[in-house]
Design a protein around this ligand. Structure first.
Ligand code: SF4
Ligand code: SF4
Ligand code: SF4
Ligand code: FES
Length: 590
């Protein structure tokens, strides 16, 4: 490897020639502040917060985009550097709605942290404020232009997804960031993956908060509140309470949810096991009866919207299975209501999800019963759950380990836990389908070949029932695009089954998960760390195949009948519709 030698703040370092000054400083243990930089996503050199002084250079240089050079002598902390950074921050803050106390990012805001670190006590550049837009029309995402610092991280995150909904609009002082034609996020071809929220360093983008609705239901004696929580939440919620990335907090998570006051706490993993039975049966049916193949998973609502907007020709390939929490929601309002003798209209179902797209998913017409009753009344994100826990004064770290309520929907297997990571749904399905085809309890059921985040498209050939079967996994919509384009072009192998998740790494890095500052993300692959937490839980589960979930099997016997049967279709399956991108009617209004 070609190396260069340089001196940073008197420390001599030797680094690969491909490094930037920012990388080299980190190697030397020197922190350079950043704001617009987000490793692997936004490397635009726009904010100038990372300026450093390079001897013999004519101007200060942005460390995040300046390549290292042999013999460079760099000062990251000179008086000139500090003064310039401070005045840059003051300028950014001069056109910023600084209501930190009421801001969703209070105490977790990269701009606020920098203002504190640089001891900004007064803003010397007060002047005209730019006109900003507040958009809370969508079910998933709120955009508050008064907090936007025009760093472009969201634009790059959306481009990295190869969706490109967000861009810079107008020029100069009138510049803003938003969808084309400055339409609401509700009217843009946005999939609500929330990757822009995860990228945003400040409070300009956030989920549509629905915690008040949950508190209201909990405090309403006429409501019976049933909460469920997705597998990926346990792999990240600890981060909200100071635990290291990758800490699995299953026990404390359930204990905290119980103390919020819901009547019943369940794990969406039950719904995930059920999904595998339904989806596996659907797949085997399609193989046997010449149905549309490859069949593609349908758990990720971001992916489903992406398909409906951008690849509607693949709608017949989608599994008709509802996502696990929607299945569980439908069963809570029917089977559970019957068993417990509760009027379904007084049941309030809350799903705690790592995902912002699930908020919009839960509002879909197709996910209501014939009277318009929703399967899931409210979806809150992992971040919202953490806020509720804080608001209730619960000391997360002091909680004992507890589990979900163990009646009706309490049991779950290791297969359902791994749903939260890319490759997890595929592996869970393979564990069950292989047993069914071989008609035995196969002792080898880990499919490590489908795991991991190194590539956004993975493929494998698996032997199922003596037959070689080709499968593929894509995570991120950029990966999905690559895979589907190859299928459209006829250059892909003939796959039987495909798993697609809308977010890179899968649900563990969904748009509703805790936000980590860019400085932390420079050194860690958060996708792999969080996934590890789920695989850890898988191996300690007494049963690791979905069809071994005895409560799921009793549910079929007592209530649903056959997998993919009439009742199962009524409650657990759905359909999809092509969506139009910026219809003329909308553009004409602008
Ligand atoms: S975005 Fe950050 S700096 Fe701005 S108001 Fe919110 S917390 Fe404060
Ligand atoms: S939610 Fe996803 S698709 Fe929508 S703007 Fe953000 S990154 Fe783009
Ligand atoms: S919305 Fe957030 S990420 Fe996007 S440009 Fe504004 S501050 Fe940056
Ligand atoms: S210019 Fe380097 S972090 Fe913004």
């Amino acid at each position: 490897m070609n190396m260069v030698n340089l001196t940073i703040d008197g420390v001599q370092v030797s680094v690969p020639a491909t490094y930037t000054v920012l990388d080299a400083a980190r190697r030397a243990g020197i922190k350079i502040p950043t704001l617009c930089f987000l490793k692997g996503i936004n490397e635009a050199g726009a904010c100038r917060v990372c300026l450093v002084e390079i001897e013999k250079a004519r101007a200060l240089a942005a460390a995040c985009v300046t390549p290292v050079g042999e013999g460079m002598i760099i000062h990251t902390n000179s008086e000139k550097v500090r003064a310039t950074r401070k005045s840059t921050l003051e300028m950014i803050l001069s056109d910023h709605n600084r209501d930190c106390l009421a801001c969703i990012r209070n105490r977790n805001c990269e701009l606020q942290t920098l203002a504190d670190e640089y001891a900004i006590r007064n803003i010397t550049y007060e002047g005209e404020k730019s006109i900003s837009k507040f958009d809370d029309k969508s079910f998933s995402i709120v955009r508050d232009g008064s907090k936007c610092i025009k760093c472009g991280r969201c634009v790059s995150a959306c481009n990295k997804q190869e969706i490109g909904v967000l861009s810079f609009l107008n020029r100069g002082f009138s510049t803003s960031v938003g969808p084309a034609y400055d339409v609401s996020m509700a009217d843009a071809p946005c999939i609500y993956c929330g990757q822009c929220i995860i990228a945003c360093p400040v409070g300009a983008l956030h989920e549509k908060e629905e915690t008040e609705k949950v508190w209201e239901a909990i405090n309403d004696p006429s409501k019976h509140v049933v909460m469920q929580v997705a597998p990926a939440v346990r792999a990240a919620i600890g981060e909200e309470f100071g635990y290291p990335i990758g800490t699995r907090s299953t026990g404390k998570m359930f204990a905290a949810m119980r103390r919020l006051g819901a009547d019943k706490i369940y794990d969406t993993n039950f719904g995930a096991d059920l999904t595998i039975i339904e989806e596996g049966t659907e797949l085997l049916g399609r193989i046997k009866n010449g149905g549309v193949l490859p069949m593609i998973t349908s758990c990720s609502p971001g992916w489903i919207r992406f398909c409906e907007f951008y690849y509607p020709d693949f709608i017949p390939n989608l599994s008709t299975c509802k996502s696990p929490h929607q299945m569980e929601g439908a069963l809570i309002k029917t089977y559970y209501a019957q068993k417990k003798g509760i009027d379904p209209s007084s049941i309030f179902t809350v799903s705690v999800m790592p995902c912002t797209s699930k908020k919009t998913e839960a509002s879909r017409e197709q996910l209501r019963d014939s009277d318009g009753m929703r399967d899931v009344d409210v979806v809150i994100t992992t971040r919202e759950l953490a806020r509720m826990i804080r608001e209730a004064g619960i000391q997360f770290s002091a909680l004992p380990d507890e589990g979900p309520d163990m009646d009706l929907f309490g049991e779950y297997t290791g297969a359902s836990v791994i749903f939260g990571a890319t490759g997890g749904v595929m592996e869970a399905a393979l564990r069950t389908v292989a047993d069914i085809l071989e008609d035995k309890d196969l002792p080898k059921f880990e499919y490590k070949i489908v795991r991991g985040v190194a590539a956004d498209v993975k493929e494998a050939e698996i032997t199922l029932g003596g037959m070689p079967v080709k499968v593929a996994i894509a995570h991120s919509t950029a990966g999905a695009r690559k895979l589907l384009d190859a299928i459209r072009a006829g250059t892909a192998p003939s796959y039987t089954f495909i798993e697609i998740m809308g977010c890179s790494g899968g649900c563990v890095c969904g748009g509703g998960q805790p936000q980590q500052p860019a400085q932390v993300l420079m050194d860690i692959d958060i996708r792999a760390e969080r996934a590890k937490a789920l695989y850890e839980e898988d191996v300690i589960m007494p049963e690791r195949k979905s069809h071994k979930n005895s409560e799921v099997m009793s549910l079929y016997k007592d209530f649903l009948g056959e997998p993919n049967g009439h009742m199962a279709h009524e409650l657990l399956h759905t359909h999809y519709c092509k969506k139009e991108i910026y219809p003329d009617s909308l553009v004409d209004q602008q």
